[in-house]
Design a protein around this ligand. Structure first.
Ligand SMILES: C[S@@+](CC[C@H](N)C(=O)[O-])C[C@H]1O[C@@H](n2cnc3c(N)ncnc32)[C@H](O)[C@@H]1O
Ligand code: SF4
Length: 343
């Protein structure tokens, strides 16, 4: 069976090239075609000997994705991609003033089953490989003809449930021979898998961390984020404190505001008390309604009041710019629609 060439780090590809009877520098040339020029056809590799090109073609898949659908809301573009095994995933292209970002998926589906998330509908199908994550960047760059400078792992899936492939992906996109995207421009968003947060604290690259919190106490969080029963808030905060101590990097807490569920003054005060004194930033996300989940976005004034309570308590806080909500940007929605989980 053919393997995906983008699952190989440079060292791994050098080994393969040597086994194929060529000198290791050929791997650097191949990397240049794949990551600097975004080539998806081996015939474009004009400085590679024909025999080696033929061998690459025989052994490797050069592009693991096919665009099924893309939707643009004037700013952001959402992509639905088909994988080689016919599963589908989503990625979102987000232009910001500081550069172009991409929100990538790390799994097909997700097993965490958060109450408001479309990614969980249909359950977890499988992990994505490192190369399938890299290919989301290559394909989005090729379609938009724009360079990506920032990556958020906030599409479908839980990155720390697929941590080895995620770290390999980061190695490839961060390497100067690969996409050369700085680690500080990469953010991992997690539901709070404590072992993953500790591993990230030890990880040599300065990758950003975002925690999907969504509730200021265990009782409410157990309902919204079921994995909280395994990793309660205190354990998550302990791991976050360790990450901050080791890296001295500010951590973002994502808080999806749901009308009448977690948007009260009491919730805001409890949240402020919990996070006070920590090197954190709270990102308030007005929930993207997912039809069959039945949650609604709070009124604008409620969001503003929640924000004010946090801000006046000295917490650094922002309300997320709602890029892409009109095209179902809450990841998993387009895929769910594709499979008719949501009509
Ligand atoms: C889809 S998750 C993927 C990353 C990781 N699994 C996590 O939970 O952080 C990325 C972010 O989207 C949020 N999210 C999921 N469904 C949403 C919705 N319907 N509206 C707004 N945000 C949502 C999640 O809570 C999380 O903060
Ligand atoms: S919010 Fe994150 S962890 Fe929860 S179901 Fe969605 S993708 Fe999975």
């Amino acid at each position: 069976m053919k393997r995906l060439i983008k699952d190989f780090t440079l060292d791994e590809l050098k080994k393969w090239v040597e086994e194929a009877g060529e000198r290791p520098f050929r791997a650097n040339q191949i990397f240049e075609w794949l990551y600097k020029k975004n080539a998806t056809d081996v015939n474009a590799f004009t400085n590679i000997p024909l025999a080696l090109r033929k061998k690459i073609e025989e052994e490797f898949i050069l592009n693991s994705l096919r665009t099924i659908e893309s939707m643009c809301d004037g700013e952001s573009i959402k992509f639905l991609f088909e994988l080689v095994d016919k599963n589908a995933i989503e990625s979102v292209f987000l232009p910001y003033s500081y550069g172009n970002a991409i929100c990538i998926s790390t799994q097909v589906g997700c097993r965490m089953n958060c109450a408001f998330c479309a990614s969980a509908i249909g359950g977890m199908i499988r992990n994505l490989s490192a190369g399938e994550m890299v290919d989301q960047i290559i394909n989005v760059e090729n379609v938009t003809e724009k360079k990506i400078s920032n990556i958020v792992l906030m599409g479908s899936g839980e990155p720390f449930d697929n941590i080895e492939n995620v770290f390999k992906f980061i190695d490839i996109v961060n390497s100067k021979e690969g996409k050369n995207i700085g680690a500080r421009h990469i953010t991992i968003s997690t539901v709070g898998i404590v072992e993953g947060i500790y591993k990230l604290s030890e990880y040599p690259k300065q990758v950003n961390l975002a925690i999907s919190l969504h509730a200021p106490n265990n009782q409410l969080r157990n309902e919204l984020v079921p994995i909280n029963k395994k990793y309660p808030i205190e354990e998550v905060l302990k791991a976050v404190d360790c990450y901050i101590e080791k890296t001295n990097r500010r951590v973002t807490f994502e808080y999806a505001l749901i009308d009448g569920v977690n948007d009260s003054d009491e919730c805001a005060k409890e949240l402020a008390k919990m996070l006070s004194g920590r090197l954190v930033h709270v990102n308030l996300i007005p929930i993207n309604p997912v039809n069959e989940k039945g949650f609604k976005r709070p009124p604008r004034e409620r969001i503003r009041e929640f924000y004010n309570i946090l801000e006046s308590s000295g917490i650094q806080v922002t309300i997320r710019r709602e890029l892409g909500s009109s095209i179902a940007a809450a990841c998993g929605q387009l895929r769910a629609r594709h499979y008719k989980y949501i009509l």
